[in-house]
Design a protein around this ligand. Structure first.
Ligand code: TYD
Ligand code: MG
Length: 458
């Protein structure tokens, strides 16, 4: 009977029950029990059996005695993807790539697989969403007419693992993890239980056979990878697609990477022939105003290792009895905090106003160094006066009204100067020692100083 093969495991404490319960009997947490497979070789005793594959029988050694090898990486041929991966696909590495439907996950992965295949790696693309014919059609559209990538249309985990065992590919793609199911469980494909179980089997396979695995995952409406953040713990690298599906540009961000830098961003443009890397993306998040407009301030942000210029737009408008504060691409709680700082430390009040802020181009800005640009765009909208032509800003703002330094300020200034920006308001601690040709730099210590300065400038 299928039922005897499964049990229920608490995602919080790891307690096991035979039946599903609303509350975990071990730790009393609610709704934490999910279906898991019972190891056929016996219960309790074998709970950690799978770990053996992750950490093969080892002896204790002293760190300095261990020969450190650089991980073997193979570039995918997609430079922007290689950048977020930390140089390429790693042997035995597991990559999870998430994003909204239609954003380009399958396209990017197919292009990357073709690149790997060309460099001599055997690749297997397992499709659970589309038929093999649809994948072939896409590869033609991408101009990969003679692609040697092997395709398998299958959703049952045991069959997929058997095929992998037979073909011994160097890279396996599962598009998508939500479509696979294991016979061991009775839950439906896409359920938390199935996604966890299948991902953990595929991860184990990757580690024991040194196969690189790419899992494609959908993002739910709430913005989490469907099912579980638990997937993020299991895998080595987590990449997310950002940007809106209506614009041409797509961003891929590494939010976790055991083999490279986090927050590194790859920028792509969606074209007729698939995704093309944008090698110099610093200016694509600027709207091309012919004249400076109120409520717009250009921020130099540092996402990953590359400085980028992003236009921050603000609209301050008289609101109703409970004014709204909305932000797109920026943190809303941080916006509320900045408005309080602006009032308290610079005497600029927006209490009865609606405040909307937006980072242009669908890019998400997480670093606090955006604060100063957000404040200046709000003030500019409130006054109805544009900031000067060629103006940029960056710097973190503290609750006491101080302007704190941003990492790698020089680099940011140089990038802005290179793109023709001429005036900068930045934190005092970031003031350059040598003047930057073509740029007037105003270094400030406090928010009111920055606000006053901008008033003087125009
Ligand atoms: P897809 O890779 O199928 O998205 P996902 O796997 O994330 O759901 O991409 C689908 C979108 O990309 C679709 O709207 C069509 C567009 N597209 C192009 O613009 N050019 C192309 O060459 C391809 C293959 C797709
Ligand atoms: Mg797809």
């Amino acid at each position: 009977m299928a039922k005897e093969k499964t049990q229920y495991t608490c995602t919080d404490c790891g307690g096991i029950t035979a039946k599903w319960l609303g509350k975990c009997p071990s730790c009393n947490a609610w709704n934490t029990l999910i279906e898991t497979a019972v190891d056929s070789s016996g219960p309790a005793k074998n709970r950690y059996a799978g770990m053996a594959a992750l950490a093969p029988a080892s002896e204790v050694a002293v760190l300095s005695d261990i020969e450190a090898q650089d991980v073997a990486r193979t570039p995918t041929g997609q430079e922007e993807l290689d950048r977020v991966l930390g140089g390429g696909m790693v042997e035995g590495g597991v990559v999870l790539i998430g994003g909204d439907p239609g954003i380009g996950k399958s396209t990017l992965i197919l292009q990357a697989m073709d690149g790997l295949q060309r460099s001599g790696m055997h690749t297997l693309y397992v499709t659970g969403e589309e038929s093999a014919a649809q994948v072939a059609l896409r590869s033609r559209r991408l101009g990969l007419d003679h692609s040697q990538v092997q395709v398998l249309a299958e959703t049952q985990l045991e069959k997929i693992l058997a095929t992998v065992d037979k073909l011994q590919p160097a890279v396996v793609v599962m598009d998508s993890i939500q479509t696979v199911y294991s016979d061991q469980l009775t839950s439906a494909p896409g359920s938390v239980a199935q996604v966890r179980e299948c991902a953990s089997h595929l991860t184990r396979m990757a580690k024991s056979s040194a196969t690189a695995v790419v899992l494609v995952g959908h993002v739910t409406k709430e913005g989490a990878l469907a099912g579980p953040r638990v997937l993020e713990h299991m895998v080595d690298t987590v990449l997310y697609f950002e940007g809106d599906t209506h614009s041409t540009y797509r961003l891929v961000r590494a939010i976790k990477n055991r083999f490279g830098a986090v927050n590194e961003i790859g920028v792509f443009a969606m074209t007729e022939k698939g995704l093309k890397g944008v090698s110099n993306p610093s200016a694509i998040f600027l709207s091309q105003h012919t004249e400076p407009v109120p409520g717009s301030c250009v921020l130099v942000t540092l996402e990953g290792t590359r400085p980028m210029l992003v236009e921050i737009q603000a609209l301050v408008d008289s609101g109703g009895p409970s004014p709204r504060r909305l932000s797109v691409g920026l943190d809303r709680d941080r916006l509320a905090m900045l408005l309080a700082v602006l009032h308290r430390h610079a005497g600029v009040a927006c209490m009865d106003q609606d405040v909307f802020v937006n980072a242009v181009g669908g890019v998400r800005i997480s670093e606090p160094a955006a604060d100063l640009a957000v404040l200046l765009s709000i003030q500019s909208s409130l006054r109805g006066k544009p900031l000067p032509q060629g103006f940029i800003a960056f710097g973190e703002v503290g609750l006491a009204g101080e302007v704190r330094p941003a990492p790698r300020g020089q680099e940011r200034l140089k990038e802005a100067a290179k793109l023709g920006f001429t005036v900068a308001v930045i934190p005092k601690a970031n003031a350059p020692k040598k003047p930057i040709p073509g740029m007037t730099v105003h270094a400030v210590e406090r928010v009111d100083e920055a606000i006053g300065l901008v008033r003087e400038l125009g």
